[in-house]
Design a binder for this molecule. Structure first.
Ligand code: TPP
Ligand code: MG
Length: 348
């Protein structure tokens, strides 16, 4: 059942498709993880469909396929931690427990949305769950996570900050300065690179001499781990150890999760043949490494759940999402007169 694959094999979609060992995780923990994974996947599918119908007016960057990264990590996050996202943050915020109604409302400009309807998909915030914000500027939040790390170290609490970033963000100078600052100041920051092998439409082979980004952690003497980002239990285990370590030592750490997105860079299309390696065949293979399918197959094979039990959980979630969407479409739109509220300007 379980093959011994190497780290290098993570880049090969023909590998890491097998079922994996569930034990010693309990049935309860697995059900909760499964529910979160499915919630995020089905939310992204719903958003893709509504965007295609033009019911969502702004662009959406979907992370279907990458759910296991934030779901695994969020299991080890406390409410007092500070989490920073990027332009692809629906999964980050939902995995922390932010209500899906508020995400939907944000996408359609309702005043009940996460950013009161002013922001849309790339400007999400929910301080109740520790999510400090997502922004469209690639690598824009990495230094902010380091700033939060400074604040935590001044307050001497055991909180941590987390910067989620993509493999494209390591090509920004601020990323390198952030790693350096976090290391020399002993800041409790976890850098999480979701390496989906693409920056927009350009695959990493064409941009970098190596497909692994963790070499930058190594050059800053930051401990790092490379993990199968499509195996929720591996991500959970790996982040648990590193986060515990950060809380104890106040040293920054780095996770590189190798994953793949099912949709294209933006919106519902699959972006076949716009990058050099993203052809129908490679997408088909990567779908065989789907984090939900592998978890589901492993749970069934090892008698944690039956197929029909998992199917009914899925159906329950899909129905709840349809209900949420319908509900928020009746919420009030942002009042146009308030659009300049909260905008700072100096009237000289
Ligand atoms: C500073 C900056 N440069 C370029 C862009 C255009 N842009 C938006 S997303 C993106 C790709 C980012 O790739 P990655 O960090 O790997 O994240 P992914 O989209 O793969 O999740 C680029 C280049 C931007 N938003 N900000
Ligand atoms: Mg990427």
């Amino acid at each position: 059942m379980i093959k011994n694959n190497t780290t290098e094999d993570l880049l090969d979609p023909n590998k890491y498709q097998d079922n994996y060992e569930i034990s010693p995780f309990s049935k309860e923990v697995c059900e909760s993880l499964f529910r979160k994974l499915v919630l995020i996947r089905e939310t992204e599918i719903k958003i893709a469909n509504e965007r295609k119908l033009n019911n969502i007016k702004g662009p959406v960057h979907l992370s279907a396929g990458q759910e296991a990264v934030s779901v695994g990590i969020s299991e080890n996050v406390k409410n007092s931690d500070y989490i920073f996202g990027n332009h692809r943050s629906h999964a980050h915020i939902l995995s922390l427990g932010s209500p899906v109604d508020k995400l939907f409302a944000e996408l359609i400009g309702r005043s009940t949305g996460l950013s009161k309807g002013y922001g849309g998909s790339m400007h999400l915030v929910d301080m109740d769950v520790g999510f400090m914000g997502s922004v469209p500027i690639v690598a824009g939040t990495v230094s902010m996570a380091v700033g939060a790390g400074f604040a935590i170290s001044q307050r001497k609490s055991d909180s941590i900050s987390i910067a989620y970033l993509g493999d494209g963000a390591v090509e920004e100078g601020v990323f390198h300065e952030s790693l350096n600052l976090a290391k020399v100041n002993n800041l409790p920051v976890l850098f999480v690179v979701e390496n989906n092998l693409f920056s927009s439409h350009m695959d990493i082979d064409k941009r970098q001499p190596s497909s692994f980004t963790s070499r930058f952690a190594k050059s800053n003497l930051i401990e790092y781990k490379i993990v199968d980002g499509n195996n929720v239990l591996d991500v959970l285990r790996c982040s648990k150890e590193l986060i515990k370590n950060i809380r104890e030592t106040k040293e920054p750490k780095f996770i590189e999760a190798i994953t793949y997105r099912m949709f294209g860079h933006v919106d519902w299309r699959e972006d076949i043949d716009v990058g050099t390696n993203r052809c129908e065949e490679s997408l088909r293979k990567w779908k065989l490494r789907c984090p939900i399918k592998r978890f589901q197959n492993s749970l069934i094979e090892q008698n944690f759940f039956s197929e029909s039990e998992l199917d009914s959980i899925k159906l329950e979630i899909i129905n709840a999402l349809d209900y949420s969407w319908q509900k928020v479409t009746n919420d009030p739109l942002v009042d146009k007169k308030s659009l300049l509220n909260n905008v700072y300007f100096e009237n000289k």
